[in-house]
Design a protein around this ligand. Structure first.
Ligand code: E4P
Length: 217
């Protein structure tokens, strides 16, 4: 399963990219606003840092303007993935850009029916928001399971990108279901490898090692 970072913070991306665990990046208008920088400059910098797909989201809602925005974002770098909302205009833009060889990530997906539409529009990625579904008392992971079943059934190439991830258990659940990608905020990447028993065990090993007076080097 690929791991994307869900942030537009270039410093965090630079640091975590060095771990070798980062396969791509997703941004959205809220994350760009939080970073407080220009979307075009930020996207270009992230694309130069990270080898994998970098999602940059359009902000227009009508087909013509959305398409122009998508083409402008796509021209930034080869690894730009244009992110469009799951609306009829977003799906039309998805079809147009995908037919012309641009990767498209269809975002704000909350149902299997919507995911089916995105696949038929040629999306490279579908982004179901598990956390926001959990927030309203639904089961986000059920949606991931349904989409995977549905895509397998018809051999769609659209990758299931699990978004709106709230913690490590979402990542594990997505992996158990066979999702293609999870996109996670930087702090969750840290939570994925940390465990108190690892820290405790390491401290005990080092204390015992100290008593031997040995050195490996
Ligand atoms: C990523 O593509 C999504 O925009 C993001 O994961 C949404 O996360 P949130 O629900 O925490 O805002």
């Amino acid at each position: 399963m690929k791991i994307f970072l869900d942030t537009a913070d270039i410093d965090e991306i630079r640091t975590l990219n060095e771990t070798g665990m980062v396969d791509g990046v997703t941004t959205n208008p809220s994350l760009i606003a939080k970073a407080g920088r220009n979307i075009l400059d930020t996207t270009a910098e992230i694309c130069a840092l990270v080898d994998g797909p970098v999602s940059a989201e359009v902000t227009a809602t009508d087909y013509e303007t959305m398409l122009k925005e998508g083409e402008k974002l796509a021209a930034i770098a080869e690894n730009v993935t244009v992110k469009v909302p799951l609306t009829i205009d977003g799906l039309r833009v998805c079809k147009h850009l995908s037919d012309n060889g641009t990767m498209v990530n269809v975002t704000l997906c909350f149902s299997a029916a919507q995911a089916l539409m995105a696949a038929k529009a040629g999306a490279s990625f579908i982004s179901p928001f598990v956390g926001r579904l959990d927030d309203i008392g639904a089961d986000g992971m059920n949606l991931i399971s349904d989409i995977i079943t549905l895509y397998d059934q018809y051999h769609f190439n659209t990758e299931v990108l699990v978004a709106s991830v709230r913690g490590p258990q979402h990542v594990v659940d997505a992996a158990l279901l066979g999702a293609d990608v999870v996109t996670i905020p930087p702090k969750i990447l840290t939570q994925l490898y940390q465990h108190p028993l690892t820290d405790k065990g390491l401290a005990a090993f080092l204390a015992d090692w100290e008593k031997t007076g040995q050195s490996i080097l």
